[in-house]
Design a protein around this ligand. Structure first.
Ligand SMILES: [Fe+2]
Length: 240
């Protein structure tokens, strides 16, 4: 299991890659001052995650979900049972999310806090109806909304290609130097920044809604290859 650690002013971000059947990336936020931890999209390995947090001397207080898909939350109930951690999810995701515990809902522009660490919520519907991203100081955790040079599909309940286009326009406003962290390692590399993605990710490069729809629909029909590396707008338009 590959791991990465990024130490920032108020928090440390740790990432476990390739976890479980669908090889999910699991993100841990460790707030230095309060010694509390938030885990983003816990799936597959509840006990391993809980032990990891205990071993570091931290207390797990929060489970932050990006969206309802099982490979991003199938350990949420078990972790909440065993630790009492509070589950947070986007307000528009609740009709789809299947958890036994009650959840706290958040909406676009709200701030969630963990000790001295804050994350701004960005609603990014499209992959699901109520998907959200967590923007921290220097890092953004996006679930399946973006992958390195790619993005999630829109084919499950709640998915919507046109909403996805508008979510991409919002993500283009995130600062260039912010590191992007995705729910799966599906691209040609792991480390990337928003600047890197704005320059080569087809989903961010397409600046016309109709072309975007054509591109994504073309992919689901097998007419367009899924991108795993940087493309130019010219190359993408050539595929349409
Ligand atoms: Fe997903």
């Amino acid at each position: 299991m590959l791991e990465k650690t990024f130490t920032e002013k108020t928090y440390t971000l740790e990432i476990l890659y390739h976890v479980g059947t669908y090889e999910n990336s699991i993100h841990f936020i460790f707030d230095h001052a309060s010694k509390t931890c938030a885990i983003i999209d816990p799936a597959w390995e509840a006990d391993l995650f809980i032990q990891r947090i205990i071993d570091k001397g931290y207390t797990l207080t929060d489970i932050w979900l990006t969206h309802w898909h099982g490979d991003h939350m199938n350990a949420a109930d078990e972790i909440a049972d065993k630790t009492g951690a509070k589950i947070t999810v986007g307000v528009n995701e609740t009709p789809y999310l299947q958890v036994e515990h009650s959840v706290t809902t958040v909406n676009d522009g709200e701030i969630v806090t963990l000790g001295n660490t804050q994350a701004k919520i960005i609603n990014t519907p499209g992959h699901t109806a109520g998907g959200i991203c967590y923007l921290l100081d220097g890092h953004i955790i996006v679930g399946d909304t973006l992958f390195v040079y790619g993005a999630g599909h829109c084919s499950l309940p709640g998915g919507n290609v046109r909403e996805f286009y508008h979510s991409m326009q919002k993500l283009k406003l995130v600062n260039d130097d912010v590191m992007l962290h995705c729910g799966h390692d599906y691209g040609c590399k792991i480390d990337t920044t928003m600047s890197d993605q704005k320059a080569g990710n087809a989903y961010l490069l397409l600046d016309n809604e109709e072309d975007f729809v054509k591109y994504v629909d073309g992919m689901s029909q097998g007419l367009v290859a899924y991108p795993t590396q940087a493309l130019t707008l010219k190359e993408i338009q050539h595929m349409l």
